[in-house]
Design a protein around this ligand. Structure first.
Ligand code: KIV
Ligand code: ZN
Length: 515
């Protein structure tokens, strides 16, 4: 089943979310899921339902909400995993179960302690069980690129006979190279009986910086599904970047044999921004397609060329991926209607109290600043979306600092519903705020990184602070935005603490993920 369409399977909410500092709560996953549907991805892998109660709930919520895009849940071959994925997908309009088992001798010997014959039995049983729940089953041979090619032919043959309609060939450890991966795909297409009935899928990790190149080489060899993530987030060095693959195929049709994806390219940049604002991890400035500098021409000779004719140095336009110039979007006279519409365009569906809180924040900001930019609105929305089930809520903050006084912070907070207040001294005002918050929340995390950025230009810009905290070996990034960077610092610290708390609750209720 080759055809002229490349399916985009987005695993930002599963493989992406698994990477350090990228975890999302249910409200955040739903917000991003809605945007991915708007973007036009074919399949959203919403989580690994057996891994934790939180993953189960998130897959269930995304499955119930999205009507156009297929929603997929991951499962190992164990019956309990498949059962759990099926339960989570019950409300889905178009469900898919994705089951996987490792096939390399390295994994068979050291991790699974199984023979090849046993793996073949597992594949057959798991795919048949998944098919009893769902017509659409994907099978992945984990660590395929370090597996014996002839064994892979047997494994995929078994998955196909058992009823899988998508066969995924993961480069789990980011080890392969474009020529080798293309040859493996061609080998499978030539040797697995009946493979033309299935979609061959690729799933790459970026350990050698080759994930996009490998995925595209595989497409040229006949693969028709790319598994990828927004901004390329994912385990270790990340997964294949969605935006890079999509724009390569779109920009070079003659190379990619006029294959197409169903992606609405103008939603690429909003999706990238939305993800960054939710997880609090900015995109590196020189990142292809969505980085700040991706369309910035610094060298005089380039600027001169672009002014004369953009085509001299621009192979695609910023508008084609939905990149606005830093335009003024709303002002202090804008009403609820305009605010709601603009938030929707940015991917945030705000309702009830969440909407009112965001609107109040917007009005306060519009009073303080002359202009309110897209980035300001994203910062407001991210704060409100995140806040839904938080243990800690920051209230008022008063700071004494400067060269005359010992830096002192008085902080009011709501902790588990109760109002509290504390004053602390520090070596600087930020240190004093963090100490007061740690006292009020009775937490003992370690500050790993502290970073301040101006979100927009000008003296009245919102300051955005990112704080990385570590506790019991787990790291979380929090972010906060405010016109006063000391308040933004307090918000970022509390955000990171809430994420750590959320994870503690998940861990208390969950099983190990096992991948
Ligand atoms: O990298 C990998 O092998 C995976 C599988 C579960 C598809 O993420
Ligand atoms: Zn992966």
């Amino acid at each position: 089943m080759s055809g002229d369409r490349i399916r985009i399977f987005d695993t930002t909410l599963r493989d992406g979310e698994q990477s350090p500092g990228c975890s999302m709560n249910l409200a955040e996953k739903l917000t991003l899921g809605r945007q991915l549907e708007r973007l036009g991805v074919d399949v959203i892998e919403a989580g690994f339902p057996i891994a934790s109660e939180g993953d189960f709930e998130a897959v269930r919520a995304v499955a119930r909400e999205l009507r156009e895009t297929q929603v997929c849940g991951l499962a190992r071959t164990a019956s309990a995993d498949i059962e759990r994925a099926a339960r989570a997908l019950e409300g889905a309009a178009r469900p898919r179960i994705h089951t996987f088992i490792a096939t390399s001798d390295i994994h068979l010997e050291h991790k699974l302690r199984m023979s090849r014959a046993r793996v073949l039995e597992e594949v057959d049983r798991a795919v048949r069980e998944a098919r009893r729940h769902c017509d659409d089953v994907e099978f992945s041979a984990e660590d395929a690129t370090r597996s014996d090619w002839d064994f892979l032919v047997e494994v995929f043959g078994a998955a196909l006979r058992a009823g899988a309609s998508t066969l995924n060939v993961p480069d789990t450890v980011g080890y392969t190279t474009p020529g080798e991966y293309a040859a493996l795909i061609r080998h499978l297409l030539a040797r697995v009986p009946g493979i033309d009935r299935a979609v061959v899928s690729v799933h790459c990790h970026d350990d050698l910086g080759l994930a996009v190149a490998n995925s595209l080489a595989a497409v040229l060899a006949g693969a028709r599904q790319i598994e990828c993530t927004v901004n390329g987030i994912g385990e270790r060095a990340g997964n294949t970047s969605m935006e890079e693959c999509v724009m390569a195929v779109k920009t070079r049709p003659e190379v990619f044999r006029h294959l197409e994806t169903g992606i609405r390219a103008t939603e690429i940049y909003p999706s990238s921004r939305l993800l960054s604002s939710i997880i609090g991890i900015p995109v590196q400035p020189n990142k292809a397609i969505v980085g700040d500098n991706a369309f910035a021409h610094e060298a005089g000779i380039h600027q001169d060329g672009v002014l004369k004719a953009a085509i001299t140095y621009e192979i695609m336009t910023p508008q084609s991926i939905g990149r606005p110039s830093n335009e003024l979007v709303l002002g202090k006279h804008s009403g609820r209607h305009a605010f709601r519409d603009r938030m929707l365009e940015l991917g945030f569906t705000l309702e009830g109290d969440g909407f009112e809180a965001a609107f109040r924040r917007f009005k306060d900001l519009a009073d303080k600043k002359k202009v309110v930019y897209t980035e300001d609105l994203e910062a407001i929305a991210a704060d409100v979306v995140v806040a839904s089930d938080d243990r800690f809520v920051l209230g008022d903050v008063a700071i004494v600092a400067g060269t005359f006084a010992t830096p002192t912070a008085t902080v009011e907070m709501v902790v588990d519903g109760a109002e509290r207040k504390a004053t602390a001294l520090g070596v600087g005002p930020v240190d004093a705020i963090f100490k007061a918050i740690a006292t009020l929340t009775e937490t003992k995390s370690e500050l790993v990184r502290y970073q301040v950025n101006a979100i927009t230009g000008g003296m009245d810009a919102l300051g955005e602070v990112s704080v990385t905290l570590s506790e019991d070996g787990r790291r979380m990034i929090g972010h906060g935005a405010h016109t006063d960077i000391l308040v933004a610092s307090g918000k970022a610290y509390v955000h990171a603490l809430n994420k750590l708390e959320w994870h503690k609750r998940q861990r208390a209720r969950s099983e190990p993920r096992g991948i």
